[in-house]
Design a protein around this ligand. Structure first.
Ligand code: PD2
Ligand code: ZN
Length: 288
């Protein structure tokens, strides 16, 4: 790490200091630049940050467990007021932001016409949802997930390409590091029980899954159609419920593939109507 690099972001930390967006972005840039978590921790402490705050920013363990080391994650860079984000072809509104985990709710990420286009082209291709089997690296029917779904390939249609370019700008993360968009339809009673989106490093099938671009490091869940009742996305660790609203989205990142990420989340049962979403999962490296 260059001498003085930490000073560039660490101005006058106060006791009980909160983790700022600037600090998180700086930590992520250092990780992306190949600096080790220990090196970054030392630089932050040298610059005057409390050791505990530095640990928190790096996602170091709080429960004595030894999770995998933190990796660089996508970072949102809003305007000076923190209320809007430039995505290249449109400005998107920030509805909510949490620091731990780094989580953002955006309004109007997708237009009604884009939502309709994604649903219409997906409808004939929907199948009962499967999830990756971390025992084998293959796929299995998942009884915790009673939706129907399909995957677009990256850049499959003009609308998919446009949305992927917008997401890349929104999250400062290359298009190639994203999985294909997944569209899910939940009918009445369908749900997605609480889970983590990263692949469990302790499972035998994970090594094979990681060959295609490394870990998942962040999720963007976009709401294409809101149900008449139910279907909120819930984050039990942080007491947050996100109401599915057409065109809006929730983004969250997980620098460690571990529950310390606080990214446990689920889709509550739909009680009336249909809920449709499109999810973009972001990987560490190019997803092949
Ligand atoms: O539809 C949801 O609310 C939901 C909840 C949890 C979607 C996902 N996870 C996902 O696509 O990973
Ligand atoms: Zn999920």
């Amino acid at each position: 790490m260059k001498p003085g690099a930490a000073q560039n972001q660490a101005h006058g930390p106060a006791p009980g200091q909160a983790i700022t967006r600037e600090m998180r972005a700086w930590v992520s840039a250092q990780l992306a630049g190949g600096h080790s978590p220990d090196e970054i921790h030392r630089a932050l402490v040298d610059a005057g940050w409390q050791a505990a705050a530095a640990s928190q920013a790096l996602g170091l363990p709080v429960d004595g467990a030894t999770p995998s080391p933190p990796v660089a994650v996508p970072v949102v860079t809003p305007d000076a007021g923190g209320a809007m984000v430039d995505t290249g072809d449109k400005w998107v509104e920030v509805r909510e932001h949490r620091e731990a985990p780094d989580l953002w709710v955006f309004s109007n990420l997708l237009s009604p016409a884009e939502c309709t286009a994604l649903m219409d082209a997906a409808a004939p291709r929907l199948e009962r949802s499967r999830t990756v089997d971390t025992q084998t690296g293959g796929e299995e029917l998942n009884h915790d997930r009673t939706s129907h779904g399909m995957f677009y390939t990256r850049g499959e249609t003009e609308v998919v390409s446009r949305i992927e370019a917008r997401i890349a700008r929104l999250l400062n993360w290359p298009v190639q590091n994203g999985e294909g968009l997944q569209v899910l339809r939940y009918r009445r009673g369908a749900e997605y029980k609480p889970h983590y989106d990263y692949f469990d490093p302790g499972e035998p099938g994970t090594a094979k899954i990681l060959q295609r671009g490394g870990q998942r490091v962040a999720s963007l869940i976009m709401y294409l159609q809101e149900p008449e009742a139910g279907g909120a996305t819930v984050f039990p660790d942080i007491g947050l419920k996100v109401r599915p609203q057409r065109g809006s989205a929730v983004f969250f990142s997980y620098p460690r593939a571990h529950p310390v990420s606080l990214t446990l989340h689920g889709g509550e049962p739909v009680r009336a109507g249909e809920k449709w979403i499109a999810t973009k999962w972001l990987r560490e490296r190019e997803f092949t």
